[in-house]
Design a protein around this ligand. Structure first.
Ligand code: ADP
Ligand code: MG
Ligand code: MG
Length: 916
């Protein structure tokens, strides 16, 4: 964060100019100039047609919030100088009654935050300059159109004339609608409003502003400019920007820059327009020019979803020369930025201007395809290609699609644009709050609206999918869905949404809130009712084996990416699995073993739970042993299955961990059932449940404490492992069990358990006349274990960090009880991320580091892994790589994500010059 002293120094440069082929800044300066500002400078430098402008740095934003919303002294003169620069570049003048200079004032943070912050266009207009603009452009309608847009935006963004709680429409839109009906008796398009209509609108807008705020709309362009600059800085702390930053982990201290740029006009007539485009299709990844535009419009209209834009290919018909120029720009952009660009342009009287470019947000599927194809085209090398797919997004490649047969049977009730691929089914709700409420009740929901706006963000996050009736592929809904990886269909024009009645009518049928719909965001189709979903192509090839890999491009791209990852990765990825099927899936996704087999999961299925309960209810060791003998064959069978699938890959098997009461029924009916089944009085069961009750089960009679008090449990588990190993090994398949003792805090705990394991191993080897290879180690999941790791390593052949419990015990925070306060902690940024999702690197991570150092002192080659839920979360994977762990472990479907994150961790290190 910029310090006060640094940013108040007199010599500081707060304003960076760009224009006329030169720029003070460049594309590498995103932290200082924001993404938009840095790339405007970069595009200017490489000779693209960018209207001149200047960028006020993010340091000013930081200063603004550090100093009670005031500016550094030197700023005013630098902004004045910036405006003079524009005047000289264009031969226009601010507030001129001859040729008035108009500017846009635009926000721009380091990372783009689409639609989160505010933009003001046509600034510099007032009751006098509007006449000058009309004269000078010889286009009265255009001048008044600019003015009414400006008053509207300024009134909204700077003066706060917005819809109030409970209102469904923007106040300015209500004024427009009323005028249209008064004067034209219909909902005509904005472009059909005459100069006189627009002039009248300006008057009514100004009146509305006075009514709502008690203040006049300012006529002085300088006052307008400073008001707009303040509003942009202010928007950095508005609610929706804060929600957005939290979702994407953008720190508040980054701040936003402000870009002031000379206006170019897309609204001068039929030979002008505005659009947004991608150099390739960001939904499918296909290499086609993708995007849309509106004739006779300023840029805001394209994203606002008021008029439905045309696909960019159509531009060739309207303005062939401009289209050709844009095609050239598309090539230049990719060659220069070496990544897919998402750019905004305006055409003024046939001439193209570039207003923004950035790396395009993309779906997971597109990200993979871009990476693979750009490598093929030699735009990037394979290592760069690995870094191009956000690890988190790879999930989307594995996301479900609709079952093909189920879709054939279903009826399409509407078609829209495919804006976010995938399949989603759920109950429909028409407003974000109700979506959030329903999702909190556990319902699967779809957010259905005419169009979405940034206020709907919470609802969009909570929904399975998003369906809109209006707007194109660059509407707000589409943009946000693509980024969040949400399924989305937009612009399904046949839907008639009645917010008041809470209904959607289409094709003669009416659906109420709570009724089910399904949407296919890959095809842009909407169906009535719930449709079964099917696995993604990758899963069909690898897991279900129902599809030939040669027939799926998605699979081939995925596999190539994974192969590249294997070439650089040091950190291995294992899986958390407790049955043969999960094991097989994980191995298909490239897991190199099991990092955590929770043996207790094996006790819940079928009649096993009965034997388990018998064991718990036993009165003495003999009874307990008898019950355990019934469990043994089940457990052995599962291990045989897993060892067979693993084909010699290691399997870390954790001994019984949870408190015993988790296995007993709590309600009376099931207690009665169990009593009958076992032929014991129900009182005995109730008595035992009472005895086992604990005040703090998380810190109670669990983990190795169970095996220490009842060593026969560990004995049985050891026997199951080794007998299974003997069986599989005799079939000629290698077996590598790694037995793991949980919740160890004292070396002696481990010693006692390890003695049992070795004794049983020796017995089984003798009985079966085999030689078995195995390791015994421990979990490091309580602080004492980490702090005394040097002692524990005398016995332990490996450590596996149980970061779930280690987080609970280090923070003194029960994961299952944290829901009531943790969200507040995140809101107030006490913790940046939920520590149960991403490792708390400074706290928990430090204990890991201590344990590693101490463990290695005793046993230099000690094997190290992690088996908490964190093992599949990219930032934690990277952290584990830096710690030098041997492996991470995560659920089977997260394995590809972790593999990608592990490869990216290496490349990041190399880039930072720390490669080993
Ligand atoms: P966002 O960050 O929300 O995309 P922008 O600052 O990019 O906001 O502004 C939105 C749109 O306003 C742009 O896409 C462009 O069409 C229009 N715009 C911004 N500046 C100018 C300008 N100088 N001339 C013409 N149109 C502009
Ligand atoms: Mg923009
Ligand atoms: Mg644990």
């Amino acid at each position: 964060m910029a310090t006060k002293s640094k940013s108040s120094g007199k010599s500081s440069k707060y304003v960076y100019l760009f224009g006329g082929g030169k720029a003070d800044g460049n594309g590498t300066q995103k932290p200082l100039l924001g993404g938009k500002g840095a790339n405007l400078a970069e595009m200017t430098r490489i000779g693209l047609p960018v209207p001149p402008g200047f960028t006020i740095t993010t340091e000013v934003c930081t200063y603004y919030y550090d100093n009670r919303k005031s500016y550094p002294k030197a700023l005013e003169a630098q902004v004045k100088n910036g405006v003079t620069f524009l005047e000289n570049q264009l031969g226009k003048k601010f507030n001129s009654l001859d040729k008035p200079l108009l500017v846009s004032v635009r926000s721009g943070a380091r990372d783009s935050m689409p639609g989160m912050m505010d933009t003001i266009l046509n600034l510099g207009l007032n009751d006098k300059t509007v006449l000058a603009l009309a004269r000078y452009s010889n286009n009265e309608r255009f001048a008044w159109d600019c003015y009414r847009r400006f008053v509207q935006m300024y009134g909204d963004v700077v003066m706060g004339v917005q819809k109030r709680a409970g209102e469904d429409h923007e106040p300015f839109e209500i004024v427009i609608e009323k005028l249209k009906h008064e004067r034209h008796h219909a909902d005509i398009e904005d472009t059909k409003l005459s100069a006189q209509d627009l002039q009248e609108l300006v008057a009514r807008f100004k009146k509305l502003i006075v009514e709502r705020t008690g203040k006049e709309f300012p006529q002085d362009p300088w006052k307008q400019l400073w008001g707009a600059v303040g509003a942009v800085f202010g928007s950095w702390m508005n609610d929706r920007a804060i929600v957005y930053r939290r979702k994407y982990n953008i720190p508040a201290e980054w701040g936003t820059a402000v870009n002031v740029q000379a206006m170019v006009y897309g609204n001068t007539g039929e030979n002008s327009g505005s659009g947004v485009a991608f150099t390739r299709d960001p939904a499918t990844g296909e290499k086609v020019f993708y995007g849309e535009f509106l004739i006779n419009a300023q840029g805001e209209d394209v994203v606002a979803g008021v008029r439905t834009p045309e696909p960019v290919a159509q531009l060739n018909k309207h303005m062939p020369a401009a289209f050709k120029e844009l095609e050239g720009i598309r090539q230049t952009l990719e060659k220069h930025f070496k990544d897919v660009q998402d750019f905004e342009f305006t055409i003024e009287d046939g001439k193209v201007f570039m207003l923004q470019t950035r790396n395009g947000k993309r779906t997971g599927i597109a990200a993979v395809r871009f990476a693979i194809e750009m490598e093929k085209e030699k735009l990037i090398d394979w290592k760069t290609a690995i870094t191009r797919v956000p690890a988190e997004q790879l999930d989307q490649v594995l996301a479900p699609i609709f079952d093909r047969n189920a879709v054939k049977a279903a009826k399409v009730i509407a078609k829209g644009l495919p804006a976010g691929p995938g399949a989603a089914s759920g109950k429909l709700y028409l407003n974000a709050d109700r979506v959030v409420e329903a999702a909190a009740r556990g319902e699967k929901v779809l957010l259905v609206r005419n169009e979405t706006s940034p206020e709907d963000l919470r609802g969009m996050i909570a929904a399975e999918g998003i369906l809109t009736a209006k707007g194109g592929v660059s509407s707000h809904a589409a943009l946000v869905a693509r980024q969040m990886g949400k399924v989305c269909v937009c612009g399904a024009a046949a839907l008639q949404i009645d917010y008041a009645a809470k209904t959607v009518t289409v094709g003669g049928a009416t659906y109420k809130e709570g009724d089910a719909l399904s949407i296919n965001g890959t095809a842009g189709e909407v169906y009535a009712g719930l449709i079964d979903t099917a696995a993604s192509e990758v899963v069909q090839v690898l897991v279900e084996k129902s599809l030939d890999g040669k027939e799926s491009r998605t699979y081939q791209n995925f596999q190539k990416l994974m192969d590249w990852c294997s070439k650089v990765t040091r950190l291995q990825v294992r899986t958390n699995a407790d049955n043969p099927e999960q094991t097989a899936n994980a191995v298909a996704f490239g897991a190199t073993g099991i990092g955590l087999c929770r043996t207790e999961h094996m006790f819940f299925e079928g009649n096993r739970i009965d034997a388990m309960r018998e064991m718990i209810l036993a009165n003495n060791v003999e009874e307990r042993k008898a019950a355990l003998a019934k469990i043994l064959p089940y457990q052995r069978e599962d291990f045989v299955g897993m060892f067979t699938e693993l084909k010699g890959l290691p399997a870390t098997i954790r001994f019984l961990d949870p408190p015993l009461h988790e296995f007993l029924p709590n309600d009376e009916a099931s207690q009665n059932d169990l009593a009958k089944k076992m032929g014991v009085p129900v009182q005995r069961i109730q008595q035992r449940v009472k005895e086992l009750h604990e005040f703090n089960p998380m810190l109670g009679f669990r983990g190795c404490r169970l095996g220490i008090v009842h060593s026969e449990i560990s004995e049985m588990q050891s026997r199951a492992v080794f007998e299974a190993a003997a069986i599989v090994q005799k079939k000629g398949i290698k077996v590598n069990p790694e037995i793991m003792i949980p919740l160890v805090g004292f070396k002696k705990e481990l010693d006692l358990q390890v003695a049992v394991v070795h004794r049983v191993a020796a017995e089984v080897q003798k009985e079966k006349n085999v030689k078995l290879k195995y390791l015994v180690g421990t979990m490091i999941e309580v602080p004492r274990g980490a702090l005394t790791a040097n002692e524990i390593a005398e016995t332990a052949q490996f450590f596996s960090f149980g970061t779930n419990d280690l987080t609970q015990t280090t923070l003194g925070m029960s994961r299952d009880d944290s829901g009531s306060f943790l969200p507040h902690y995140q809101e107030q940024e006490i913790v940046k991320r939920n520590p149960f999702e991403a490792i708390d690197q400074t706290g928990v991570g430090q204990l890991m580091q201590i344990a590693i150092e101490k463990g290695r002192k005793t046993r230099p080659d000690i094997k190290l892994g992690i088996c908490g839920e964190h093992g599949g979360e990219p930032s934690s994977v990277e952290f584990c790589h830096r710690l030098g762990l041997t492996y991470v472990s995560c659920s089977p479907f997260r394995v590809p994500v972790a593999r990608l994150a592990a490869a990216q961790a290496v490349l990041k290190e190399v880039k930072a010059g720390k490669g080993r």
